[in-house]
Design a protein around this ligand. Structure first.
Ligand code: GLY
Length: 374
């Protein structure tokens, strides 16, 4: 089992562990009984995960002598909203679940973000543990305490920083993911390597065929590296006032595409397109070498099967306008994380995201569309 620790400076619960290994149900039950012996456990899952793993986890926790409830929401990004947040809170209130309770979020990013946000606000805040079941949640969304919901105006615009008390990354879940779900998460690991770790990017490039076949050792290495890098970034900048913005590489455009497609484009796929466009912007602004850009496109398009044709459905101006709703926007202008080389982002005057002229974004989008039509 691998252990990654997060040590935060500012928050009350300043330390937690991310455990990476296999078959954690018993460990979760043991952890809950030790840390929260008198607490009511509220497991939150989507309907599919509830059937696949939630019921078993409930049984395991019950066996352990704890009072457990299991609530579910429909599967998919469309459930990450105020309606389902209120629905679960009302159920908890009707059951008179008080402060002495702990939420166990089991699932992908949608459940993790929603359940984490419920934990952040219920009775002014109750503990939460994250049990990610998708690769995307394992390498990104379950780590670092970002919680929230989507609105008509964009993704994650309402939320809170609420750090989990522990994260259990159980690699057994990976085998049941569809290849699309798997790629969806691998993109986030690639993103973190592009911003911070050239060696891990090289490792993915070299071992992509066994990674895509879900070789356990290769996956453990990729996940542990991605989680460790993210943990270090979060330690240095928990509230995203600076460095943590690098984790949004590819997300200014990625979130715009998700929103424009009404969440039909899965997050990782939208981010992959966002990475290609934002790396293109880095080349256009003279920061990134074309040879690095070619490596990025080769991995994402040729090896991981990201299709540029998805972009054809949206006008460059529409993408640009939606990108302005991003949380990194300042004075109505969107900001972009700019790569300097593989493994490093461009930082200027301690700024990790930068304004880019609209004309440059449009130029890059047109170029990519044109190349794709040929
Ligand atoms: N997903 C980006 C972050 O956690 O900051």
């Amino acid at each position: 089992m691998e252990k990654v620790k997060i040590q935060l400076k500012k928050t009350g619960h300043a330390f937690y562990k991310i455990l990476i290994g296999h078959n954690f149900s018993k460990n979760i039950a043991k952890f809950l009984r030790k840390e929260f012996p008198e607490s009511v456990c509220v497991i939150i899952a989507d309907e599919t995960v509830k059937k696949l793993y939630g019921e078993n986890l409930r049984k395991e926790l019950k066996k352990n002598g704890q009072k457990v409830f299991l609530f579910s929401i429909p599967e998919g990004e469309r459930s990450k909203n105020q309606k389902y947040k209120t629905m679960i809170e009302e159920k908890m209130l009707k059951l008179r679940i008080g402060r002495q309770s702990v939420i166990v979020a089991i699932g992908g990013g949608v459940v993790g973000d929603l359940a984490g946000f419920i934990a952040a606000t219920y009775m002014r805040g109750i503990p939460c543990i994250q049990v990610p079941t998708t690769l995307l949640a394992m390498v990104d969304s379950s780590i670092g305490g970002k919680t929230g919901i989507d609105t008509e105006q964009g993704k994650n615009l309402i939320g809170a920083f609420w750090q989990p008390r522990a994260v259990f990354v159980d690699l057994k879940y990976i085998q049941s993911l569809s290849q699309r779900q798997f790629i969806n998460g691998l993109v986030e690991a690639v993103k973190v390597f592009l911003t911070s770790d050239a060696n891990s990017f090289l490792y993915v490039e070299k071992h992509i065929s066994i990674i895509l076949k879900r070789n356990q050792e290769a996956l453990k290495k990729v996940i542990t590296s991605a989680v460790s890098i993210k943990a270090r970034v979060v330690e240095r900048d928990e509230r995203e006032s600076g460095e943590r913005m690098i984790l949004n590489f590819g997300h200014t455009v990625g979130h715009a595409l998700e929103n424009l497609s009404q969440y039909k484009i899965p997050h990782g796929y939208a981010v992959a397109l966002g990475i290609i466009i934002e790396a293109g912007i880095a080349v256009d602004t003279g920061k990134l070498k074309i040879s690095d850009y070619s490596r990025i496109k080769n991995l994402l398009i040729n090896k991981m099967g990201i299709e540029l044709k998805t972009l054809g459905a949206y006008k460059p101006k529409e993408i640009l306008d939606h990108a302005k709703n991003d949380k990194k926007s300042k004075n109505g202008k969107s900001r972009y994380v700019i790569l300097k080389e593989i493994g490093k982002v461009y930082v200027c005057k301690n700024m990790f995201a930068h304004h880019v002229k609209d004309s440059a974004v449009i130029r890059v989008l047109n170029k990519i569309n044109l190349a794709n039509k040929k």
